[in-house]
Design a protein around this ligand. Structure first.
Ligand SMILES: C[S@@+](CC[C@H](N)C(=O)[O-])C[C@H]1O[C@@H](n2cnc3c(N)ncnc32)[C@H](O)[C@@H]1O
Length: 221
């Protein structure tokens, strides 16, 4: 997994839109569903909140929502914290450095975008999903965005072509090919369904797809 520290944190916001086709759309389609489903006093957990993209967007959609920003990278969270201060929304955000499992305050919805694919399917993914399920109030929704296994033999190649069109250099493409092999643990649809079932969730509903990047909304059982 990338470390998401030092340069990997400071350069994150300028690089991510070249690495994830549809990055902004994934976030705005997620935010719109939260707006459509949650009341004014909702508390939303953002797992792997990074530099704060989700919270910055959601805070402007509803002025009374509260957030927990969870991550294991202090460098990413520090950038997010500065962003929240600049926006004047710090008092609505609780920052949590460390595991989801150590959180205690129940939440109305959870978002986990571009995080779970970095965890190995050796129990780590399931541990995180179970911890999220435990945090959610009954019938709460999880919005999960991840790199999935390719569904055709040409999906990955198309993804590299698209990233090049988005401005990724040749070196960046080579690094991405290497990372997809060695640093991502992409699931196929069947395995995702099994893991969700074992972690206390209902069937996933697909709401976003840009080649291998997929967004699913899943209700706690
Ligand atoms: C690709 S970034 C995504 C950030 C943000 N969600 C976004 O969409 O821009 C992945 C983030 O997940 C965090 N991360 C990795 N493993 C994690 C874990 N086990 N728990 C929480 N965050 C984790 C990284 O530190 C990083 O900030």
């Amino acid at each position: 997994m990338p470390t998401f520290t030092n340069d990997e944190a400071t350069e994150y916001d300028s690089r991510i839109t070249r690495l994830v086709p549809g990055y902004d759309l994934l976030h705005s389609t997620t935010a719109a569903q939260l707006k459509a489903t949650l009341g004014d006093h909702a508390h939303i957990l953002i797992v792997g909140s990074g530099t704060g993209k989700e919270i910055a967007q959601l805070a402007t959609l509803n002025p009374t929502w509260r957030f927990t920003a969870q991550d294991i990278s202090i460098d990413m969270l520090n950038i997010g914290q500065q962003r929240f201060a600049d926006m004047g929304i710090s008092e609505r955000v609780t920052i949590h450095v460390g595991d989801v499992a150590t959180l205690t305050d129940p939440v109305d919805a959870a978002i986990c975008l571009l995080v779970l694919h970095f965890l190995a399917d050796n129990g780590d993914k399931k541990t995180m999903l179970k911890a999220i399920s435990k945090q959610l109030k009954p019938q709460g929704q999880l919005y999960l965005g991840d790199l999935m296994r390719p569904e055709t033999t040409f999906e990955r190649d198309a993804q590299f072509i698209l990233c090049q069109q988005l401005g990724l250099t040749e070196v960046g493409i080579e690094r991405m090919k290497h990372n997809f092999e060695h640093e991502f643990f992409a699931l196929d649809r069947m395995r995702l369904a099994d893991l969700l079932n074992e972690s206390g969730f209902n069937t996933a509903k697909l709401y976003f797809k840009a080649l291998s990047f997929s967004g699913h909304v899943i209700q706690k059982r």
